[in-house]
Design a protein around this ligand. Sequence first.
Ligand SMILES: Cc1ncc(COP(=O)(O)O)c(C=O)c1O
Length: 389
Amino acid sequence: MVDEKEFLPARDSMSFDELYSRALSSLKEKNMYRILPPPLEMSNPVLDFSTNDYLNLSSHPALLQVAGKSLCMGSTGSRLLSGNRPIFERFEERIAQDKKCEAALIFCSGFQANCSALSTLCDKKVLKSQPILFFDKYAHSSLYQAAFLAQAHLVRFRHNDMQDLEKLLARYESDPRKKCIVTETVFGMDGDVAPLETLVSFAKKFEALLYLDEAHATGVFGYGLSKRVDLSSIPHVVMGTFSKALGAFGAYIATSSIIKEFLVNTCPGFIFSTALPPPLIAAAYQAWEMIPQLALEREMLMQHASYLRTRLQELGFNTGSSSTHIIPIILGSEMRTLSAKEKLAKENIIVSAIRPPSVPPGSSRLRIALTTKHTQEDIETLITAIKTL
Ligand SMILES: Cc1ncc(COP(=O)(O)O)c(C=O)c1O
């Protein structure tokens, strides 16, 4: 008889608190410990390059006005029970039309959409075996959470490296399991863009579903970069958020009618979560409708980004492969990054310090996010301050 107790790990004498505190000490030792920044007063006269409010819509009077007209604060229940409202349906139809997809489905947040929808789409029982997910290494944490939740077979390709992806897809070509390619269109920490034409052609060739995260492209690139490619011939899911350039909160998934129907019936993050509050969905819809009117502002944003990148590179800073409004200044070490952020903060300039695990070890950086609110003068102020780092 085997005594099962023999195989149990020795009882740990440490309490829960002691174990958590030990983990925190280890983060502190590695300069990876995080603290909440001081709360930002809206009236505070800081120059903020840390916000994802790329189109400066979060305090736009038109959004505040429609939100203020809502008759209730909460939506009172899941969409499948008491929470459905005409505005959800109208907005989803509009998203589907603007994204040139058959259907759209609104989720409470981008994190929830990625985590819950992608993991549901990877259901082993439905797909008859464990699917293989080909992930860009720099994909967002919410996408990784989905892969872990679904217990999918994860194959990571080098960031934006299509040769590496093709090699890996070819390696698994004869594997009968379903395949899915997962990436962001604009990368949130690097500000570079995925080669969508190639990704679509690979999805077609290797019969994979293409899952695109447009969190940082939605609004800044009109209704997103996925519109620039023809997704109609491949199974596809495009996720975008209302929480960044649209200045509100929530997310959508644009996809086929069958995938929408499948998610409405099986996706826990959709079924078992209260629908977005009506004031928020009204504001997000308002922002969505304003996107075409903001073409000039978007163009100016890209011109500012290009100018700033060039100046930073002339000063010898490494801006990685950024080609959008998100510009990393890659400093390498956590210490250097934190101290640079603090120096800028003393000049009333706020930037984000990004450290592992958000980015790979050794590539800690300041993340500069330009918005349409920034003027040429603001950018010069930033450059002058950065010169002293
Ligand atoms: C690429 C990417 N996807 C998804 C999300 C999650 O979106 P949300 O903030 O709406 O939950 C983020 C947020 O930072 C993101 O950067």
